[in-house]
Design a protein around this ligand. Structure first.
Ligand code: ATP
Ligand code: MG
Length: 202
């Protein structure tokens, strides 16, 4: 029975030029000698919620939940900017690019998706409360010297801005090498055709 469960998460996919810019950054960091498990550029995404083990039969209900969470939402813009590590500099395990732009809209989206999933038994997680784009994970922790060099050299990184107007439920398949993500269902913001400034809503 267990092998029928899917591993799923909800994310904002990134347009190809954004993934390409992050891939270039990642390649420069790797050639700087920082060792870790680097996320392939095509896999880089903005996670909103992690569902974990999911019954295939639940996908329709998840689709409805994320459609409801996005029904009255307006598109917004974000810009990849700056770098950071989780959980902190003392034990750096995840290296990420931060975000600038309409962060209140992103926080509202993350909250709405999280709330919509609670009735489906998904425990709310704080882990994605700070929007970030993971570039690499350390096997244990990153080596301090190459990490410091990379953080120093690229701390002013700014990527191409992108428009957020839909979200996707992905299936993640873990195995040897990088995870494989497959889109299952998506939800486009209900107010996608309405610009935030002319939409009538405050
Ligand atoms: P790998 O686990 O091989 O490094 P991955 O982390 O990209 O690959 P998943 O573990 O399936 O693949 O995770 C999919 C997405 O969900 C990623 O954005 C990941 O950061 C996020 N995620 C995974 N586990 C959790 C969790 N327990 N809480 C919150 N987010 C999670
Ligand atoms: Mg993982």
């Amino acid at each position: 029975m267990n092998d029928a469960l899917l591993r799923t998460f909800v994310a904002v996919p990134l347009p190809a030029p954004v993934r390409a810019a992050l891939g270039d950054l990642s390649a420069r960091m790797q050639s700087g000698g920082l060792r870790g498990r680097w996320v392939p550029p095509e896999n880089i995404h903005l996670t909103l919620a992690f569902l974990g083990a999911t019954e295939p039969a639940a996908v329709d209900r998840i689709k409805e939940a994320i459609a409801e969470a996005t029904a009255r939402r307006h598109p917004f813009d974000l810009t990849p900017a700056g770098l950071g590590v989780f959980p902190g500099r003392r034990r750096p395990r995840v290296l990420w690019v931060g975000l600038q732009g309409e962060l209140e809209a992103l926080a509202a989206l993350t909250t709405a998706v999280g709330r919509a999933l609670v009735p489906l038994g998904v425990a709310p997680s704080r882990r994605n409360a700070v929007g970030h784009l993971t570039l690499a994970r350390a096997r244990e922790t990153f080596d301090p010297d190459p990490l410091d060099a990379v953080l120093q050299r690229h701390r002013e990184f700014i990527g191409p801005s992108f428009h957020v107007d839909h979200i996707v439920l992905y299936r993640s398949e873990l195995g040897a090498g990088p995870a494989r993500y497959r889109p299952l269902v998506g939800a486009t913001f209900g107010a996608a055709g309405v610009s935030a400034t002319t939409g009538g809503e405050p």
